[in-house]
Structures are given as C-alpha cells and as structure tokens.
Design a protein around this ligand. Structure first.
Ligand code: FE2
Length: 377
C-alpha cells in the first residue's frame, strides 16, 4: 500500500452526522497543576485564563486553564487521595485525558454517538451560573482517553460554570505565536488501529484521509503504521498509530509501555511563523528533537524552493516536507513529562495538508537516539 493523500475532496465523503466546530479544550491530568500551569505559561507562552479549586467551592480537584489564541489547556490535579484523577495519574503519569470538541448540540452529539456504538463517559449534563449555561456530554475513545462534547452557545462566562477568571497581573510571559490545534495523534496497541479507525468512521462520522504503512514509516530498528482520520469540515484530524514489528522496540511500543494504555502521543499546534516561535520556545527552555546536520545538505534538493532561508532552519532544527499542494515546516519537542509519553509538534503549513512523511525516517532515527539514552530501544 502506498501513501495516498486526497484532500479535501474526501472531506465531503465523511458522513457528517456529527458536525464539530473545532477543538474546544484539552484537559491534561497532571501531578501538580499549579506548577504545570507555570510551565505552560513560562515555556510555551500560554496566558492565565481560568481557575477552579478550593476557592471556587471545588473540594476535589484544582484546575488551571491557560490559553493561547484558540488553544485552551486545562491542567487538573486532585486535592485528595483516591480520586479518579489521582488513579489516572498513578497509572498513566501526566497525559491528555480529555479531547473536548465544540458542538452546537451536546445532547444530540451524545445520542448520535451512543446509537452508533460509543461507550458512555458522561451523560448530557447542564451546568449553570450567572453567565448562562453549558451542556456537556462525553464518550470514551482509545485507552482511558475521552471526548467531551461542549455546547456553549448560551454561555458568556469565562471558560465553564464552576470556573472563575484567573489573572496574574505580575507575571504574564508573552505568547510565542501558537494559534490552534492542527492535529492530535493517538497511539494504540498492536492490532487495534483499524478498530479505532472504524470507531471514528462509524461513531463520529470521520473519514480515513491518509494511510501510512511500515514501508513508509520504518528505520533500521523500528516501524509503525498510521491512519489519519478527519471530520467533515477538516478541522479535527486524528492520526492513529499502531506499532509494527521491527528489530527493536518502536517508539509506539515505548509509549504504550510507559503510558500503560493507548493515549495521546502528540499535540500538533500551528504557528504562522515557525522560526520565530521555535526561537522563543528554545530560549524559554523547551527541548526539541534534533536531526543530523546532513539533513540540511539535501533539503533543497528534496523539497525545492521555499520562502525561508535554510540557515535558521538548520540552526533551530526545523524540518521541511513537500506534497502536491505545498510544503510544511515542523519540529517535535522531547516528551514534556517524566515518562517518555506525550510531546508537542510545532507546525507551519504553507499549502501542504499532509503530515511530513518525508521527515519520518530522519525523525524516527532521532527518536531512537533518545530511546537508546533511555535504555528503551
Ligand atoms: Fe504530527
């Protein structure tokens, strides 16, 4: 099987019985929400936005919400032992629990999903405060990860009922130019990829717009397979990875070993100026994967003419790839928690709608060098 990219005409073929307006928020269960919020502000340029905890009457959890353009991260920790959040953190470490999707009707989205075979996480619930009401509902996806549908058309408050505005007048590091979530990748155990492809087709009305097999994604040691699922309007894209047999343990195997389940492997966030964004992120301490310098000797031959000078790309370690529609620039952070699990991708699209297939080999060899250091290859 070869790589096929047919965008955007396949979007119209997605059976769009579940219109999604976009990503609403991502909730990470973390072991220290207060310090995590500080990290996302200081290192990634997010802004203080909303808070829920003891001061808002929440006796169980503390959540900080940080924002950058359209991206909202909710960072949640338990305030006592024995909670669902605490158990989740104990098993998986820090990671993405909720991929929340913005809908016009959270009850309809839930009913549609349940009729089509979803597993319930949260029955539709209406939460209200003086600023209006929000309806939320939720279903499970891979591992213990969930989708929450958020209907907020009747709400004018900050974030959600139960949250208050979080302001930090004396500490507001500047944003770094992150705009929106471009795609989110899930890792699932061997043999489960097609099951989750089917789930997104049947339950969510997504279409499989792109596939990679182990001939596309393999190095001397590791291999993986991936299928990209997209919703009808193309705003939500979820590549699903599963390990393929390699000579040594693949990066997906390493993830599954440490997360102890399927889960979100990376969050790709878009920028309009990747050179500026990455320069700022590096100066704030974010660590990126690095490909060998020789990558840049051949890059112009491979991708042709691009608007950017190669020198800053080489200096910063930014990767380039081209498809039929244009090119893209991308770079990957190292994992952002103790376990080698979730990481971020920074991506700038200049026409290309694909995912950087031409970089897979160099990138995976860079990951293998990291795995070697961790003793997990
Ligand atoms: Fe990606």
């Amino acid at each position: 099987m070869s790589t096929t990219l047919e965008l955007p005409k396949l979007y119209s073929e997605a059976k769009d019985f579940m219109p999604l307006n976009g990503t609403d928020y991502l909730e990470l269960y973390v072991s220290n929400s207060k310090q995590a919020a500080h990290f996302y502000k200081t290192a990634f340029g997010f802004q203080s936005y909303a808070y829920s905890g003891l001061e808002t009457g929440n006796r169980d959890y503390e959540s900080y919400v940080v924002i950058q353009d359209k991206i909202k991260l909710v960072l949640t920790s338990p305030l006592k032992s024995g909670t669902e959040v605490g158990k989740h953190i104990d098993k998986h470490g820090d990671g993405v629990k909720v991929i929340a999707l913005w809908v016009d009707d959270a009850t309809l989205a839930y009913n549609n999903a349940m009729e089509r075979g979803a597993r319930s996480y949260l029955k539709p619930i209406t939460e209200e405060d003086e600023n209006g009401k929000v309806v939320r509902s939720g279903i499970y996806t891979y591992g213990e990860t969930v989708h929450i549908f958020v209907e907020r058309k009747a709400y004018n408050g900050v974030f959600l009922p139960g949250y208050k505005s979080w302001e930090t007048p004396h500490f507001n590091p500047a944003p770094v130019g992150l705009k929106f979530v471009d795609h989110m990748v899930g890792n699932v155990p061997l043999g489960e990829m097609n099951q989750w492809v089917q789930f997104y087709e049947d339950v969510m009305g997504f279409a499989n717009i792109l596939s990679f097999d182990d001939n596309d994604i393999s190095t001397e040691y590791t291999a993986l397979m991936s299928k990209v699922m997209s919703n009808g309007n193309g705003r939500i894209k979820f590549p699903i990875n599963e390990p393929a047999e390699g000579k040594k343990k693949s990066q997906v195997d390493e993830y599954l070993d440490f997360y102890e389940a399927g889960g979100v492997q990376h969050i790709a966030v878009a920028t309009d100026d990747i050179i500026s964004t990455v320069r700022q992120l590096k100066s704030r301490g974010i660590e990126f994967l690095r490909v060998p310098d020789t990558y840049y000797d051949a890059v112009t031959d491979r991708v042709g003419k691009i608007d950017e000078d190669i020198a800053p790309l080489r200096e910063l370690g930014i990767l380039v790839d081209r498809d039929d529609e244009g090119y893209l620039l991308q770079i990957f952070t190292k994992p952002v928690e103790p376990r080698p699990t979730m990481f971020f991708e920074i991506i700038q699209r200049k026409g290309a709608q694909s995912f950087g297939k031409g970089n897979f080999k160099a990138l995976f060899e860079a990951i293998e060098r990291e795995q070697e250091l961790r003793g997990t290859l």
